[in-house]
Design a protein around this ligand. Structure first.
Ligand code: GCV
Length: 703
């Protein structure tokens, strides 16, 4: 039997051309200075062994794998099925880890779960499947010294959501408008460059480690807007996808592919892509079979159809269920899923037509189809009815399709929340969405919807914020969004502040010079409330979309007002906001179940932060806060800029304590954030002052 112990050569993250993010070598110090027994076999167990071996080589620990046994391990990472563990404490835990003793709900630890305990000086991680061991090991890393201090009562850990996925909007070929990465603010793609696969497995492997360490287990490797070159990933370029899958597999990450609905025509030479045409069905079945021959654990397809110009079933007089079920049928024999996006609306709307409401579109299209989707269709729904704004109500689609597997989609890349030039920690926003109860206080949460019945939900998805930037994300602090996404997908009830602490502990404290306390305080002071700060100097009271058309960065209050995109604020001399009531407006409020249909319908009961999303009100309308709408606009815009100024000052004070390259990048971004926040403040305040003629109660300068 092999004993692959310490000292295996392998490039450590942190010594590479890219930043180590939340896995600097020092994050493994505690684990790496112990005696560690790894018990079990399999690809992901080898990954655990490799991680442990590298850490122990660096920090003086020892590693055992397989007999001949030594029994003085302080950390035991074992697959239960691998048999008795030669450590009395660990063996007792193994025998005790039965449903009767420790479990609730089925007893088994599942494909990804683990049990963690510390008894009599031994820390034990047990799992039923290799992925559980990997996640358990990262849990030990997160705990640091605490994993080896006091006793830890046995606790089972299982992900609340089975599917925790990142969608990359990466193009293979540089697109003339959207570039290498659509809405990408972190440099180029990790997978593709100038029309070809990058083939940089070392960086990809490090990426996979980061994802596994926060709990992500699925990825889609190309843009949902599938152009000509990218369409070929399904066929001629499938080998490139297989290579990526090969690198990500040891970290438990399954690859998915965005495909074009027109593939049978553009790739297969058929005259039609009609979902009910036999030739089309046969083509998808054959293409999918070939995919699984190359990538046996392939996750499935992601489809944007009949949306923003993408092809779809409407061209053949079919609906979205017909379209999705076509691909589902091809994937079913192989265990794959089709992720069908619900982001469908009329992007050629007439702005003069007040009856058409983009917010209604997804529900209008999809709610009537509930119950018609095959079991392996997941409907992927943006968290809000419009498009990843800094403030929106939760999408009513998520409460309208009990017979459909639903996934919730959020956007880490920050298209509308500062594009990784602004600090905007989105953990609190996503947490608010996941905890929202569409049916009122006694009903399920959005996280429950994403979990689905018997774990058959669609899970949580984020549009990735990662690229080939040395910091992975364009703003080094935006790494926290990726980390928080993974952790919330694992456990939506985690407190976003505590998640931030984990990220700080892993990322910053191990590499901080001197006393770490000021660095921790500074990070919290800058990031905790940064989403609300962003909201303050940009979008008042849920109105949204006052951004520059096209690139969506910076203010342009009327930029979209007279366009076909369906995103309007309707400001006039008397008031602002969109009337979405059933009494006098578009009737969107009716798409919610009670109590929210009633709460949103009522101008009096509607929460302040969403008032202008649901109602058109006079500028002097008094909010629950006691302020008028116009005064709220002025106050929040002045306050937002002051908060950014304070962030910038705080960051200056930790120069010297953090890596100079990181410090410089963040400082440069904060300068830009301040400049941009001033621009937002001045344009929004001036615009509404000129429209309303109402002066600021505090006489501050408005242009
Ligand atoms: C990938 C918004 C973005 C588009 C994006 C689209 C989508 O409209 O601006 O770049 O396209 O959402 O989610 O499909």
């Amino acid at each position: 039997m092999s004993v692959p112990v310490t000292g295996r050569a392998s490039a450590d993250a942190g010594e590479s051309a890219w930043h180590a993010a939340w896995l600097p070598p020092a994050a493994f110090r505690e684990l790496g200075s112990r005696g560690v027994l790894v018990h079990g076999d399999g690809l992901l167990v080898d990954t655990v062994l490799d991680e442990v071996s590298r850490a122990c080589a660096r920090y003086g620990g020892r590693v055992w794998h397989g007999p001949p046994w030594q029994v003085d391990a302080e950390l035991v990472l074992a697959l239960r099925e691998a048999g008795p563990v030669p450590n009395a404490v660990a063996e007792a835990a193994r025998l005790g880890a039965t449903p009767a003793v420790n479990g609730t709900g089925g007893g088994a630890l599942g494909d990804e779960g683990y049990l963690l305990a510390r008894v009599n000086g031994v820390t034990v991680v047990l799992a039923d499947a290799p992925a559980g061991l990997l996640y358990g090991m990262f849990h030990v890393v997160r705990l640091g010294a605490a994993a080896f201090d006091d006793d830890l009562p046995p606790r089972r850990h299982r992900p609340a959501l089975d599917r925790r996925m990142l969608d990359h909007w990466d193009n293979v070929a540089v697109h003339p408008v959207s570039g290498q990465v659509e809405r990408g603010y972190a440099g180029g793609s990790l997978f593709w460059r100038d029309g070809a696969a990058r083939r940089e497995p070392a960086r990809l492997r490090d990426y996979a480690r980061l994802l596994a360490a926060c709990g992500v287990n699925a990825i889609s490797v190309n843009n949902v807007n599938v152009h000509d070159t990218e369409a070929l990933l399904l066929t001629d370029r499938l080998g490139d996808v297989a290579e990526i899958a090969e690198v990500l597999r040891p970290y438990g990450i399954r690859v998915h592919l965005a495909v074009t609905f027109a593939a049978p025509v553009v790739l297969g030479g058929l005259p039609t892509a009609d979902p009910l045409d036999e030739r089309v069905r046969a083509w998808w079945a054959a293409a999918t079979r070939r995919v699984y021959q190359r990538i046996p654990d392939f996750g499935g397809y992601l489809v944007k159809a009949d949306s923003e110009g993408r092809p779809g079933p409407f061209a053949y007089g079919r609906d979205h269920a017909d379209g999705a079920n076509l691909l589902a049928e091809a994937l079913a024999p192989h265990g794959g899923v089709v992720r069908w996006r619900a982001f469908v609306y009329d992007h050629r709307q007439d702005w003069r037509d007040r009856s058409t409401d983009r917010a209604r579109a997804a529900h209008d299209h999809f709610a009537p189809l509930d119950g018609r989707f095959a079991d392996n269709v997941i409907l992927q729904v943006k968290f809000g009815p419009i498009d990843f704004q800094a403030r929106e109500p939760v999408s009513p689609v998520l409460a309208a399709m009990p017979a459909t597997r639903l996934a919730v989609e959020v956007q880490a890349t920050q298209e509308y929340t500062g594009q990784q030039r602004h600090v905007c920690y989105l953990g609190p926003w996503w947490s608010e969405v996941l905890r929202f109860r569409p049916w009122g206080a006694a009903g399920d949460t959005i996280a429950d919807v994403a979990a689905g019945r018997a774990g058959a939900g669609g899970g949580l998805v984020a549009v990735s914020n990662v690229g080939d930037d040395p910091f992975w994300t364009g703003h080094p602090l935006a790494q926290a969004n990726l980390y928080a996404f993974g952790r919330l997908a694992w456990d939506p009830l985690l407190d976003p502040g505590a998640i931030l602490d984990e990220w700080i502990d892993l990322t910053w404290l191990p590499v901080t010079k001197g006393d770490p306390a000021p660095v921790r305080r500074t990070m919290h002071a800058i990031m905790d409330d940064s989403w609300r700060t962003y909201e303050r100097y940009t979008a008042p009271l849920g109105v949204g979309f006052m951004v520059r058309p096209g690139h969506h960065y910076g203010p342009d209050v009327d930029g979209y007002e007279y366009t076909p995109w369906g995103t309007y604020h309707f400001a006039d001399r008397d008031g602002v906001g969109v009337d979405r009531t059933r009494a006098t407006g578009t009737g969107f409020t009716d798409q919610y179940p009670p109590p929210w249909s009633e709460v949103y319908e009522s101008r009096e009961r509607c929460p302040d932060e969403l008032l202008l999303f649901f109602h058109h009100v006079p500028y002097r309308h008094v909010l629950h806060s006691g302020r008028t709408v116009i005064q709220h606009i002025y106050d929040t815009h002045f306050a937002g800029v002051e908060e950014v100024a304070a962030m910038r000052e705080r960051w200056r004070l930790v120069a010297g304590a953090v890596d100079p390259a990181v410090h410089d990048r963040v400082a440069e971004r904060l300068d830009e954030q301040f400049r941009s926040a001033v621009e937002w403040r001045d344009q929004i305040n001036t615009y509404f002052f000129r429209k309303s003629g109402v002066p600021d109660a505090h006489g501050r300068r408005i242009h």
